[in-house]
Ligand binder design. Sequence first.
Ligand SMILES: C[S@@+](CC[C@H](N)C(=O)[O-])C[C@H]1O[C@@H](n2cnc3c(N)ncnc32)[C@H](O)[C@@H]1O
Length: 452
Amino acid sequence: MTDARIAQVSAHDKEREAEALRRKSASASGEPPGDWLLQMPFAGLGMTNIRLAVGEMYNFASAVMALDPAPGDLVLDLGAGSCWVSDWLNRLLVDTVSLDIAHDMLRIGQRRLGPQAKLTVGDFEALPFTEGTFHGAICLSALHHVPNIPRALREVHRVLQEDGVAVFSEPGAGHASHPQSQAEMAELGVLERDIIAAELMEECRRAGFEQVSVQPYLFPAPTYDEALWRVLERAQPPQGVTLEAPQGAASHGQPLRRLLASIPWLGRRLSKWLPALPPATSPGRTEIRPDASLDLAWQSLLLLRQATQAHPIVLARKRPRRIDSRRPHVLAAELVLVDPPPRCRPGETFTLTVQARNTGDTLWLHQPRAIGGHVALGAKLMDSGHLALIYDYGRGYFRQDVAPGQEATVQITLRAPDAADEYLVKLDLVDECIVWFEHRGSRPLLTPLTIL
Ligand SMILES: C[S@@+](CC[C@H](N)C(=O)[O-])C[C@H]1O[C@@H](n2cnc3c(N)ncnc32)[C@H](O)[C@@H]1O
């Protein structure tokens, strides 16, 4: 590890930097200072800036996907600036504390977030919080301004909870020598430096984070013309090579994540796989060289490497995450009805008892929260033709968390319908505000209900 690059930057005048930011946020146009910063990430929209604004949104989306906060989590926004990241996280029901060394930037953040804002003027290298305060920390384009990164990382590690996680999305190789950075260093006195993915990851581990990973910043995404896509689409593994799904691949809806998760696996197999590709031709178009697929595959890997070098998104966990129902993975249950429903009169209440075994891999949290993420027993009232009459017929709550493999009893008290008839009650577990277990392939229980 080259201590000299990340660890030691000569004493940098942070006061000077804060003052420079104050001047930068001031406006010469007569508007109150900082008005353009209030519009982040839409600031300065004009002919050329849609790309910049969308880039900021992409940066936010990538970092938040990596952080994967649950609603209600408390996240530290490090180097928050005018606090647009905090604002957007709050809209996602994630609670934030916004920290910045520049008081003037936080004043703009205060205007943006209003009286509910939790703002702290403070230095990354000496965080003014007690140990274990935060579920997560997010840092967009701020770590590279900090002179002593190892110290800052130790501080972030200290203020995170035991299973806390931090994400850093930072400019990478070539940033400091970029003409814009050179101009800002000269005009404003700010510290600009390259964040090298491997070095930052190593420093995170030295700071005590057990699990460290990096993602490429793929903006804009690569584009394949029709002929190249046909090559890629037709790529087949040779006989004997199994294409197992990469570990942790999501079930659906996250193709980019799946692709990225597969990269080490792809790399290992590439040499066996590519020579077996058939020569590819685009119908009625240019003949593509048989080895074009090889070029294409390597180009894709190089692109990922360059994207990671140019802008690493580093994720650092204090320890591997336990999967629970706030961020579920496999949700599955075996449900057994202990007694059949009694014959009831209209409007009477009755109680059902269900034995539930957790056959998935996700811990079921039981404590009800308004924003969900806890598992409960849900009931739907159906007519005898299986059509739902009351979709949310009732809820029953577990008395404790249920780990994978464990069993627990849960009761639900329901009110019989007013009309005498034959009904069905469908019982299923629900991860509140997230999903019914049935929608993830788990089998619900159906039981007849007779109202006399
Ligand atoms: C490029 S801005 C990024 C702001 C915000 N994260 C965003 O994406 O818009 C970098 C911020 O880091 C802050 N900063 C620089 N050095 C810091 C330090 N040592 N401690 C806390 N904040 C710092 C600056 O004041 C500035 O607001």
